[in-house]
Write a protein that binds this ligand. Structure first.
Ligand SMILES: [Zn+2]
Length: 313
């Protein structure tokens, strides 16, 4: 059991609050799909120690389906995610299987750790786990900078030595992203995205595209890829039925991958980098639990840059 200190909020929390669309769940349900805190109870043989800092792997995977046996827990057919299928972390304590606890160093910042699982793990799998991994010197484009996953992609891309181009409707967010190392920012409300990308890449297009926006950006995303480029999709905030542009896909031999979450092993790598001070999630703001409604509103209005974190302790 974890004594919760910090809970990162995510778009899925808004879906769960509003309708739980597409997710089998029963009410009442405590929300909160990611958390860090301190081990409050450690079963014998778990290898955990009471009082130790830890971050949770949010998916209480079954461990015996074909996907779990292959180490691909995000595809678990009996998936049981906290805040979606079981009680989540917006509480003083949350119970999860001991296999979901990732110990942290004693000096770890729990607010940052509580914002690590969804953003950085999702980003990690997209950049390095699904398609050919992003390489040093390659260019990745991140659609809709501002959200937690996009901000994590920007950080991880730089860690890999890749160049990042970002898009947003907000000049402020583009400016912040440039301050965090993005090579260029494109305002999709005022600029023609794919034309601008071609200018920035010598007419070739980008090597990799990360698009969690979906319907509104899909066409531009396909047109901005180089031949043989790879597109990763992990969300559809503007709709899930874009024009497919199949001709472009097969003639230019584009690779399209769906991705969600990440495996236990991938999260271990993320946590290890975090524990060594190599990762620092961008925190938009920290809100006390009593004001969680304001935190949800900020996320719902798309005002945030990076993670909105609810402080429980
Ligand atoms: Zn399973």
């Amino acid at each position: 059991m974890l004594k919760v200190h910090a809970v990162g909020l995510n778009r899925v929390d808004l879906y769960m609050r509003d309708s739980g669309i597409g997710i089998t769940h029963s009410l009442p349900l405590v929300q909160g799909v990611e958390a860090a805190g301190v081990v409050a109870h450690a079963p014998a043989g778990s290898g955990l120690r009471v009082g130790q800092k830890a971050v949770l792997y949010s998916n209480a995977f079954c461990g015996h389906c074909r996907y779990c046996r292959a180490g691909d827990q995000p595809l678990c057919v009996n998936t049981d995610i906290m805040g979606e299928h079981r009680h989540g972390a917006l509480a003083e304590y949350v119970a999860m299987p001991s296999s979901c606890f990732m110990p942290l160093p004693d000096d770890a910042d729990l607010v940052s750790a509580g914002a690590l699982m969804v953003g950085h793990l999702t980003a990690w799998r997209m950049l390095f786990g699904k398609a050919r991994p992003l390489q040093a010197g390659e260019t990745v484009m991140i659609v809709g900078i501002g959200g937690g996953v996009a901000a994590a992609c920007l950080e991880l891309a730089q860690l890999a030595g890749a160049r990042a181009i970002v898009t947003s409707s907000s000049d402020d967010k583009l400016e912040r992203a440039r301050g965090l190392g993005a090579e260029a920012g494109i305002n999709y409300r005022t600029e023609k995205v794919s034309e601008r990308v071609m200018e920035l890449t010598g007419g070739e297009g980008v090597d990799m595209m990360v698009d969690s926006v979906g319907q509104a950006s899909w066409g531009d995303s396909l047109r901005s890829l180089r031949r043989g480029g790879r597109l990763l999709t992990c969300g559809a905030t503007t709709g899930s039925q874009p024009g497919a542009d199949l001709q472009r896909m097969f003639i230019r031999q584009l690779e399209v991958y769906g991705s969600t979450g990440g495996s236990v092993e991938e999260f271990r790598r993320v946590v290890s980098l975090f524990g060594r001070g190599r990762l620092k999630p961008v925190i938009d703001r920290v809100v006390p639990l009593a004001q969680y409604q304001a935190a949800f509103d900020r996320l719902g209005n798309g005002e945030q840059f990076g993670k909105v974190v609810v402080s429980v302790a």
